[in-house]
Design a binder for this molecule. Structure first.
Ligand code: ZN
Length: 213
């Protein structure tokens, strides 16, 4: 399809939650070098989507955006807690370890115990262009690590011990069948169309591939 001559090249278009095995979830995201109005609108929409689903965190690629950005509100409500947006996050100094049950808006119905470092340091940028460094522990540390995994194309099911991984595999296979069915009926774009959109969105707000870390 041709792009209309008056189309805004920076427009993001409608966004919605994507579920496993949508290619955006399984592809590493790219650092942002440009934060524009369209991205601010998309982040606002991400909060709406997260609250509709009663989630505590949401990564950009969970709504089909190939950017290193995630949002958090550990209270899962617009009326409580603190809304946080982290851009180009980097984790360091993992310490300790803890096991806690996790779920994921992109893996509906699946909840399993996941082992992670208890504490991490998060370095990131805010939407206002300020650099932040947080020494995290407890629930926020867990949420941030879960979201950073998303940005690297990883899901919590990639961190399960063997027996639990086999159990999770059955659910993942069912989700894959549903997803492929929707694609074959034309209810979802093909993988090639999805990758083409992701590449276009990257070109609009990320550094050229050769310059990325
Ligand atoms: Zn998740």
């Amino acid at each position: 399809m041709d792009i209309p001559a008056n189309a805004d090249p920076a427009a993001i278009g409608p966004i919605e939650l994507v579920e496993y095995p949508h290619p955006a979830l399984l592809r590493r995201t790219s650092p942002l070098v440009r934060v524009d109005d369209a991205l601010c609108d998309a982040v606002e929409r991400m909060f709406e989507i997260m609250y509709e689903s009663v989630g505590v965190g949401l990564a950009a690629n969970q709504v089909g955006l190939p950017y290193r950005l995630f949002i958090v509100n550990t209270e899962a409500s617009p009326d409580a807690g603190e809304e946080m947006v982290f851009i180009n996050p980097v984790l360091s100094r993992p310490r300790g370890n803890a096991v806690q049950e996790e779920g994921c808006l992109s893996l509906p119905g699946l909840r399993m115990d996941v082992r992670r470092p208890e504490k991490v340091i998060l370095d990131a940028w805010t939407m206002e262009g300020e650099q932040v460094r947080l020494d995290l522990e407890g629930f926020l540390s867990r949420v941030v690590q879960h979201e950073c995994d998303h940005l690297d194309g990883r899901l919590f099911t990639d961190r399960l011990p063997d027996a639990a991984a086999i159990e999770a595999r059955r659910s993942l296979d069912t989700m894959r069948e549903l997803f492929l069915g929707k694609q074959s009926r034309g209810e979802l774009p093909s993988d090639a169309e999805i990758h083409a959109r992701l590449t276009r969105l990257e070109a609009e707000r990320c550094a050229p591939v050769a310059e990325r870390r």
